[in-house]
Design a protein around this ligand. Structure first.
Ligand code: MG
Length: 428
């Protein structure tokens, strides 16, 4: 007789995400150590294990390590968020085929809940891994267990132990192996256990994952939180963190970028604010939200010797909206507060708050903005989705050419999955 099916959690995590995306479009990178740089090519924000072994790490300022990287044959790319976002969508749509019970946790991670025996789960996890390699071209590890917390731990185990070949079903590990992992791994390796809790736990003699799993529930709830108590239950195999069907409602949205060259004149700043307002509007539309309060800000570099200036403005809108015209107008109020001609601004952004679900507040007809009635924001968002960002924009943001202050990304790979002009070319 076969074992009964359990409700099992599959945690799927793409290995070295940004680097793996770059390798899809440029297979020559597969045999090289690779590093990815932050906005404006400032510092290393992602790297593969080979680059790590050569001594490079996250956060290394690029100007300091560029020569060493070149000397050691390390390939370098500017971060290409458009590509990473698109690959993420492709991965998630493949994963959704495997389970209706699906939760995307981050750009490169998701949880699926599937009823299966551990043996069946192992085959299925292997199929998920193979499908993603074949259909999207990314390497993943899959951890399977009775709870989310254990599935995350199983995934880490899959990454560390080569014989598992990227798939770890917690219930199929030999009991001695599970015990030794619990005894040797520190509690900080558990999902959601942060630095502060780790120190507080250590003071109570709770050091390893095993210690945490055996900890007294009442003590944990009293001294820490219900959340940590749930984590303890999860380590014991009792599901206590349900799949979040609806992601926690975000109550603010930030859109902020730094420029490749400083801005000191009003016209350029007006362009920046128009463009950023429209990007923020597009994000609101996508999330089905409207904002009641718009804050706009710009700032000079904290490290520059020149004039320091950090003006900001906050505008309460007459009614919550995602309308780009309203957001742009509010943002332009910042222009009267900036020290143009004196200060060299390197960054600007929007912070939208007072967010609510679109349609939650019924607007009385006479108060509706004329352009809002014509659905400008939804129309812009749908055209941009179809034809690519930068194909259409209002006023100053409808720029055909890339303006001078745009981000510096000198080593950007092709956006081969989202731009017709940048398709990968294959020689036969
Ligand atoms: Mg990952």
């Amino acid at each position: 007789m076969s074992a009964p099916a359990l409700s099992l959690v599959f945690h799927v995590d793409i290995n070295t995400y940004y680097v793996s995306c770059e390798r899809i479009l440029d297979p020559s990178l597969r045999d090289q150590p690779v590093v990815i740089l932050s906005n404006n090519d400032g510092c290393i924000i992602a790297l593969d294990s080979r680059a790590k072994r050569l001594g490079f790490s996250m956060g290394d300022p690029w100007h300091r390590v560029a020569d060493a990287a070149a000397a050691r044959g390390v390939a370098v790319r500017s971060s290409n968020y458009e590509l990473y976002g698109n690959i993420s969508q492709r991965v998630m749509s493949v994963l959704k085929e495997f389970a209706a019970d699906f939760e995307q946790y981050s750009i490169d991670e998701a949880f699926l809940t599937i009823p299966a025996t551990p043996e069946k789960a192992k085959k299925l996890a292997r199929k998920i891994k193979d499908d993603l390699a074949r259909r999207v071209g990314v390497p993943v590890c899959v951890g399977v267990a009775r709870t989310k917390t254990l599935a995350k731990l199983a995934n880490k185990t899959a990454k560390k132990i080569p014989v598992l070949r990227g798939v770890c079903v917690w219930d199929l590990l030999p009991p001695q192996r599970r015990e030794s992992l619990f005894a040797t791994l520190p509690a900080s390796e558990v999902w959601g256990v942060g630095g502060r809790s780790t120190r507080k736990l250590a003071a109570l003699g709770i050091v390893s994952i095993g210690d945490l799993a055996r900890a007294d529930l009442t003590l944990i709830r009293k001294r820490f939180s219900v959340v940590l108590m749930r984590t303890v239950l999860e380590l014991r195999g009792v599901p206590a963190l349900p799949l979040e069907e609806q992601r926690a409602f975000k109550d603010q949205l930030i859109f902020s970028r730094s420029f490749s060259t400083p801005i000191s004149d009003e016209t350029q700043m007006r362009q920046v604010l128009s463009l950023y307002a429209q990007k923020a509007s597009a994000r609101l539309v996508k999330a089905g939200q409207v904002a009641g309060i718009v804050a706009a800000f710009c700032s000079t570099s904290l490290f520059s010797e020149g004039t320091q200036s950090h003006p900001s403005v906050q505008v309460k809108l007459p009614q919550a909206t995602a309308d780009p015209v309203a957001l742009t107008r509010a943002g332009h109020q910042l222009l009267t507060r900036a020290d143009f001609g004196v200060a060299q601004y390197v960054r600007a952004g929007f912070l939208l708050s007072g967010l609510e679900q679109d349609g939650a507040a019924q607007v009385l007809e006479p108060f509706e903005l004329a352009h809002e009635k014509r659905q400008v924001s939804t129309l812009l968002a749908s055209i941009q989705e179809k034809c690519g960002q930068g194909t259409i924009g209002l006023g100053y943001a409808g720029l055909a050419e890339q303006p001078a202050w745009n981000m510096k990304r000198q080593m950007l790979s092709l956006r081969g999955t989202t731009h017709w002009k940048e398709l990968v070319q294959v020689k036969l």
